[in-house]
Design a protein around this ligand. Structure first.
Ligand SMILES: Nc1ncnc2c1ncn2[C@@H]1O[C@H](COP(=O)(O)OP(=O)(O)OP(=O)(O)O)[C@@H](O)[C@H]1O
Ligand SMILES: [Mg+2]
Length: 357
């Protein structure tokens, strides 16, 4: 009998012992794959990739960290991101660490495939401590003060399960990649290898897995948004796999998430892109030719806050002139200045509206 209060050392190895590629699952996998492919293609057409990836990973970091009730405002986050990190609060820093972990993981894919080492590195960065694989018991998942799940205990048991997970991620002739993503995510959470940060590490792995499989080129997908918005259902379905082997329902849930968030991200990209084109035309018309350059406007879309230093670093203008440019942009309503500490930040008002959702 399954008992949620006992460590689940009998967590079954992957692949699941029953047919997961049912007709309904395959149909939904096709839908999700199609939207994801559209997102990948669209993202590649955007001239200024760094803007897009910056904006989206920041948003993903914020949303994902909110599951853990780290609430920081979008505004604080963007201010911190534009160079105020030392003065920012602990919660904002935690979100920025999530984003950093995502990037580190992403960069590591070019040298080595996803592995237990990657998982550990991600968890370390998120928690900013030296935590490794759990080697003590006592980690449980609770709901309303009741234990609903106790993950496996014993470092070697956990490592064996992780090795099996790695093999499953890379096995030949395994399930379709998106179906595999769903299975992999359940298994990672069920193994729960770390004392804390398993949810966030698992959500980063989702995105990295998509990149590793070539379904995305950059880490742009707001999958965490979906998970947060359906948190209760997400928790319930995780339990149903453990307690009743309800894989189909779980996989359909994740596939729907991929489809919806790919679509959402696509809309967002289109929104940012049209706004940038519009702003270029508007500024060309309103600014004197000495001030206007396409490069300047594109810079305003790399992140919602701009500052004098960014222009100087790009070689767009020297300090004094750069400040003048930004105030000209404020005069025509594109930017709005805000004093933060000793420096002025300039908010791209409409971009912020799009990102805020
Ligand atoms: N019944 C369950 N079985 C397996 N995993 C579960 C279950 N319920 C929740 N989880 C997972 O545990 C995660 C929480 O674990 P942990 O606190 O270590 O992660 P976190 O990153 O600190 O938190 P969070 O995911 O809330 O941001 C959830 O996000 C979910 O993925
Ligand atoms: Mg936690």
């Amino acid at each position: 009998m399954y008992n949620p209060e006992n460590p689940y050392n009998k967590l079954p190895l992957l692949p699941p012992g029953l047919e997961v590629e049912t007709k309904r699952v395959l149909k939904e996998a096709i839908n999700a794959t199609r939207v994801l492919a559209e997102l990948k293609g669209r993202a590649n057409e955007i001239p200024n990739q760094s803007m897009l990836v910056n904006a989206i990973t920041l948003q993903e970091a914020k949303d994902s960290s909110e599951i853990e009730n780290i609430v920081t405002t979008q505004d604080n986050l963007y201010k911190a991101f534009s160079g105020q990190i030392n003065t920012s609060d602990a919660q904002t820093k935690e979100v920025l660490r999530y984003r950093q972990a995502l990037w580190e993981g992403y960069n590591s894919l070019s040298t080595r495939p996803l592995s237990t080492n990657t998982f550990v590195t991600i968890a370390k960065t998120i928690k900013e401590n030296d935590v490794g694989i759990r080697n003590t018991s006592g980690t449980t998942i609770q709901s309303n003060g009741r234990i609903i799940y106790t993950p496996p205990v014993g470092e070697s048991t956990i490592r064996d399960l992780l090795k099996n997970l790695e093999d499953f991620m890379h096995m030949e002739n395994g399930p379709d990649d998106l179906i595999r993503l769903a299975i992999m995510h359940y298994q990672f959470e069920a193994i729960h290898p770390f004392p804390d940060g398993n949810g966030r590490t698992g959500r980063i792995l989702n995105i990295l897995f998509l990149v590793e499989k070539g379904l995305l080129d950059t880490p742009i997908l707001y999958l965490s948004k979906y998970i947060i918005e359906h948190k209760n259902e997400y928790y319930k379905k995780l339990r149903a796999v453990t307690e009743k082997q309800q894989w189909e329902d779980w996989i359909l849930f994740i596939l729907k998430g991929v489809k919806e968030t790919a679509y959402y991200t696509l809309q967002k990209i289109n929104g940012i892109n049209s706004l940038m084109q519009e702003t270029i035309l508007y500024c060309k018309d309103k600014l004197v030719p000495r001030v206007y350059s396409r490069e300047l406007i594109e810079l305003l879309f790399e992140q919602p806050y701009c500052k004098v230093r960014f222009l100087v670093e790009r070689g767009i203008a020297k300090r004094q002139t750069a400040a003048e440019y930004l105030y000209e942009l404020e005069k025509i309503g594109v930017l709005k200045s805000q004093k933060v500490g000793v420096e002025n930040l300039f908010l791209n008002v409409r971009l912020f509206e799009i990102l805020k959702y």
